[in-house]
Ligand binder design. Structure first.
Ligand code: NAP
Length: 332
């Protein structure tokens, strides 16, 4: 049987000659294992990192090793009671015509649905979209949701889930053909082709009240641009950084991959929104100050004439604690 192996280490955008087709012996299932004939092999952006050992839980693929990948297949031979020959299944295996997997690593599929969709809308990309929309962003009817890589497996599902939830959906995609699919097949209200001149102005025009939600699949400049279009209290789900997966040197700026990996939440904070907490803050923190549980340090200067120099000290980073200029006589 044939499998695809790593022929040359990846450097930048993967090329066809990074991979080689090899004839190998068909594996035999042992007890508790299944022999599966691959029907569909999933290609996903995470594989770029997985092959290079930069994706969660993946060691780098060595030269001559088979490439890992998710498949939909049909059981040819089962040595486990839970499966029988003919079952359609999903498993995270490899780029190979036949795979042997332990039964515990295999999911039986409901053939009532299109089988290949278990690698897309009904699989990992669809779950990514479903979780991002229903658990993280939680858009309300009438909200506007913006999504990048809008015609990809994740982006197309995100936009359509938001549309079904009653949102106005704006996509960003590369090229007129993709945008026609977004607005045609997927029913997005608008799609902006970021490869066209003047796309940033077109994006702003498509979002007159801003985006209440942005689902980011791309990172980098795309994220930077999309952030400028957020509405007040807009929410952002950072899902992927495909614009950076082929880079060999980390791009400047914060590593937002960490936000994704840590499932972190970033919040924009403007203190002026929280006047309602003031009396609670003073009561609680005042008590803690007086009983010593809360400490405060002040960096004091004496006399208004010192204000400029003291401000310099602050902005040069030399203050230790809260800068205060003592201008008048202090309370006895
Ligand atoms: N966080 C998670 O758990 C999770 C799970 C699944 C997927 N993801 C991420 O979700 C994103 C979308 O995944 P997907 O499976 O639906 O794939 P996808 O969107 O089909 O990914 C390929 C598309 O990305 C876009 N893209 C933008 N900048 C690019 C660049 N510099 N190089 C190459 N492509 C670029 C291209 O579409 P345009 O021409 O429209 O730009 C390209 O067609 C990826 O970032 C992926 O890593 C994250």
């Amino acid at each position: 049987m044939r499998e695809v192996q790593l022929a040359r280490l990846l450097d930048g955008v993967p090329q066809a000659d990074n991979f080689q087709l090899a004839e190998v012996a068909r594996p035999e299932p042992g007890p508790g294992q299944l022999l599966i004939r691959t029907i569909y092999l999933s290609l996903d952006p995470y594989l770029r990192g997985a092959i290079s050992g930069r994706h969660m839980g993946h060691d780098p693929v060595k030269l001559g090793q088979v490439i890992p990948g998710r498949i939909v297949g049909q059981v040819a031979l089962s040595k486990d009671d839970r499966f029988q020959a003919g079952d359609y299944v999903f498993t995270d295996a490899s780029w190979a015509e036949w795979v042997v997997q332990p039964a515990a690593a295999v999911e039986k599929l409901d053939p009532a649905f299109p089988l290949s969709a278990y690698l897309g809308a009904l699989g990992m990309p669809g779950l990514t979209a479903y979780a991002g929309v229903t658990e993280l962003l939680r858009p309300l009817p009438g909200d506007t949701l913006l999504v990048s890589a809008a015609t990809g497996a994740v982006g197309s599902a995100v936009g359509q889930l938001a549309r079904i939830a009653g949102c106005r959906v704006v996509g960003i995609a590369g090229g007129p053909e993709k945008c026609a699919i977004a607005t045609g097949s997927y029913g997005f209200d608008a799609c902006i082709d970021y490869k066209a001149d003047g796309w940033k102005a077109a994006l702003a025009a498509a979002l007159p009240g801003g985006a209440n939600h942005y689902f980011d699949n791309v990172g980098g400049d795309m994220l930077a641009t999309a952030l400028t279009q957020l509405a007040l209290y807009g929410k952002v789900a950072l899902c992927g950084l495909i614009s950076q997966y082929n880079e060999t040197v980390p791009p400047p700026g914060p590593n937002l991959g960490i936000v994704v990996a840590k499932r972190a939440q970033l919040f924009g904070l403007v203190v002026y929104d929280y006047d309602r907490l003031k009396s609670q803050q003073v009561a609680r923190m005042g008590r803690w100050l007086n009983d010593g549980r809360l400490k405060h340090t002040e960096d004091r200067a004496e006399g208004l004439g010192q204000a400029g120099a003291h401000f310099h000290k602050l902005m040069a980073g030399h203050n230790i604690g809260k800068p205060i200029v003592v201008v008048g006589p202090e309370k006895a």
